[in-house]
Design a protein around this ligand. Structure first.
Ligand SMILES: C[S@@+](CC[C@H](N)C(=O)[O-])C[C@H]1O[C@@H](n2cnc3c(N)ncnc32)[C@H](O)[C@@H]1O
Length: 281
């Protein structure tokens, strides 16, 4: 039950460690992160296609956490019979990006979701919640911790507003593989079915992948449980950072799903290495 000893994981890690210099990218200008809307639109289309594949989803009301500039929200508005959507994102003055979406059905809110007291109290339950937060911090150590807090705060805001049949789309990271396994395991208990997905086209060499949750399982204790999770991740010495907390069966199920994600990343690295060799010759 140790994800860091899986053969495919080790192969992927070796490939990345040996070649990381081929994939350095700097998206900061004047100390400000530059968002790439074209990439967001492309991956957004892929996310929504793959999320809705083979599912009969009725989505009328959705919330998008860390939504600006609004590419995913626009795709959701274009693809479903939406009555209302709401997007929350960091104010520009605090380092966020601006919303570029204009739609009468979509309400834009500028707010730092990590503000301690921030909750999402909605008058009606959501059909879909989506979260794709990114901290935009230069310092990798600060950025990893922040990204983790952002994922947990996103589900903390969304899940209490879910009903039976609600779905979740959330971006995850395999930067710390134990955290990835433990979070997948925790989130999967709130849904009848989950899928892991990674694009082979956009950010395929990166740590990111997506979790889709279908058919929410209602749970009165959810706010407390997610609050505890927030406290757990504050201490990097906690087991959640360095061992899988779950059963053998749960481990095997997650390992099988995440192996498909490793292969997508491995193939992307192989392609990148091959293209560099061709250029060098
Ligand atoms: C990758 S972008 C999301 C793109 C968006 N899904 C789209 O389709 O256009 C990450 C977003 O997270 C937001 N963000 C980062 N930290 C945040 C915070 N503490 N509170 C709210 N939003 C935050 C950023 O401002 C940015 O808009």
């Amino acid at each position: 039950m140790n994800p860091s000893e899986d053969k495919t994981y080790l192969y992927m890690k070796k490939l990345v460690t040996k070649n990381y210099k081929l994939d350095l990218f700097d998206r900061f200008s004047d100390n400000k992160f530059i968002e790439n809307n074209e990439e967001l639109k492309k991956i957004g289309e892929e996310i929504i296609n793959n999320f809705s594949k083979h599912q009969n989803l009725k989505i009328h009301f959705f919330a998008d956490i860390c939504a600006a500039p609004g590419c995913y929200s626009q795709i959701i508005l274009d693809n479903f019979d939406i009555i209302n959507g709401i997007g929350i994102s960091l104010p520009y003055e605090e380092g966020g990006v601006k919303f570029e979406i204009e739609d009468k059905k979509f309400k834009k809110i500028y707010k730092n979701i990590l503000d301690n007291k921030y909750r999402l109290d909605l008058p009606i339950k959501l059909d879909l919640g989506i979260g794709s937060c990114m901290s935009y911090q230069y310092n990798a150590k600060i950025s990893n911790k922040l990204n983790l807090q952002l994922i947990i705060k996103s589900i903390y805001l969304l899940l209490p507003n879910f009903k039976k049949s609600s779905s979740l789309i959330i971006n995850m990271s395999m930067k710390n593989i134990f955290i990835a396994f433990n979070l997948i395991n925790i989130i999967s208990k709130y849904f009848k079915n989950i899928k892991l997905w990674k694009s082979s086209n956009i950010w395929a060499t990166k740590n990111t992948f997506y979790l889709f949750g279908y058919d929410f399982i209602e749970n009165k204790n959810i706010t407390n449980e997610l609050n505890n999770l927030f406290i757990l991740i504050d201490n990097e010495k906690n087991d959640i950072y360095n061992k899988f907390i779950g059963t053998n069966e749960e481990y095997n199920k997650i390992n099988k799903m995440i192996n498909n994600i490793y292969y997508i990343r491995i193939n992307a690295w192989k392609k990148l290495i091959e293209s560099q060799n061709i250029t060098a010759n």
